[in-house]
Design a protein around this ligand. Structure first.
Ligand code: GH3
Ligand code: MG
Ligand code: MG
Ligand code: MG
Length: 316
């Protein structure tokens, strides 16, 4: 007897999961000492395009997770030789680099306490091995969906909506790592505050929309010119902060003056046949041990001096 609704539903769920995959290839890991057990799960997932890895022990699973850092979903059998499913689950949950891992416990033993024990160990979900393909797909789907929502909102909370650059919140959250690196390697890092000169005039003469276009264009220009490891954030209306690691005062002076001069030369935006050009003023400072608030304050004071000295210049 084939239930047509259920076949339809399974195909549909498979399609949904594949659609979720569109922008990234989702990798899953099945941890079960029985090869039959692994095969059964793999078969149930076959209408999805998940890339599936297999491990027979907790120890193998840990190695695989280290080697394949793209794995987002782990299904863990309770009964494993050596470290059991709960222990593996707990261990993964406590690892800072696996905070977002989706863990689904599963077991063939019909003990109803297994579900709560898995959940208490940090699993996102639990499935008995006897569950239908439809239930498995539903749960995988829901967990992936939830992860997607979390990512979307987390990324949004770190992003400046207008320019897509990082925001102040992201910047501040990144600073402890930057400072630790600077102290450990005894290397200076640079903090720069960049502010558009007479930006109000652009808004006043050409409109707020043109002003927004300038901000976006400046953001891409800055991103293009900076290193991948530099932190670039829009911290205020027309104010940007750059943090460059492993950068001394001389290097910073060259870097920021280069930025300033490139911005001066480029046309930012063409708006209703008007070519909009801008200049920026930059205040910066470099150190390896000063706390970040003090660095920001110094950079800000230098920005103020750059403005007072005539704008379109850097002060470090
Ligand atoms: P200065 O050279 O002294 O920095 O002069 P300024 O005109 O750039 O500085 P001021 O601080 O007086 O004005 C900043 C302007 O930036 C005021 C505000 O209208 C504009 N602004 C702030 N945020 C935005 C935004 O998101 N979009 C647009 N279009 N304008 C913004
Ligand atoms: Mg200003
Ligand atoms: Mg300004
Ligand atoms: Mg300003």
């Amino acid at each position: 007897y084939v239930n047509k609704d259920s076949v339809y539903s399974i195909n549909y769920l498979g399609t949904l999961i594949n659609r979720l995959q569109k922008n990234r290839n989702i990798e899953a890991l099945i941890v079960d000492d029985s090869s039959m057990g692994r095969k059964r799960v793999v078969n149930k997932l076959k209408r999805t395009m998940l890339t599936i890895h297999e491990a027979a022990t907790a120890e193998d699973a840990l190695i695989m997770l280290k080697e394949q850092d793209g794995i987002e979903l782990v299904m863990i059998d309770y009964n494993l030789p050596g470290m059991n499913g709960f222990e593996l689950c707990k261990m993964l949950r406590d690892m800072p680099n696996h905070k977002e891992l989706i863990i689904i416990g599963f077991s063939g033993v019909g003990d109803e306490r297994l579900a709560s024990r898995f959940l208490k160990s940090g699993a996102n979900d639990y499935i008995p091995k006897s569950c239908s393909q439809e239930e498995l797909l539903c749960r995988v789907m829901q967990n992936l969906n939830m992860q997607d929502y979390i990512r979307t909102y987390r990324d949004a909370s770190n992003q400046d909506f207008l320019t897509g650059l990082h925001n102040r919140r992201f910047l501040m959250a990144s600073i402890p790592r930057v400072q630790a690196n600077a102290k450990r390697h005894k290397q200076d890092y640079a903090v720069a505050m960049l502010d558009i000169d007479h930006f109000k005039q652009i808004n006043d003469s050409l409109g707020h929309e043109a002003g927004d276009m300038v901000l976006k264009s400046l953001a891409s220009e800055l991103k293009l010119r900076l290193r991948e490891s530099d932190i670039l954030a829009r911290t205020g209306g027309e104010e940007f902060c750059i943090v460059a690691e492993n950068c001394n005062r001389e290097q910073a002076a060259i870097l920021f003056d280069d930025l300033r001069s490139k911005i001066e030369k480029n046309i930012m935006v063409s708006h209703n046949d008007t070519s909009i050009r801008i200049t920026v003023s930059i205040g910066a400072c470099c150190d390896s041990v000063l706390d970040f608030d003090a660095m920001m304050l110094m950079a800000d004071n230098n920005l103020y001096k750059a403005k007072r000295n005539g704008r379109n210049r850097i002060k470090i």
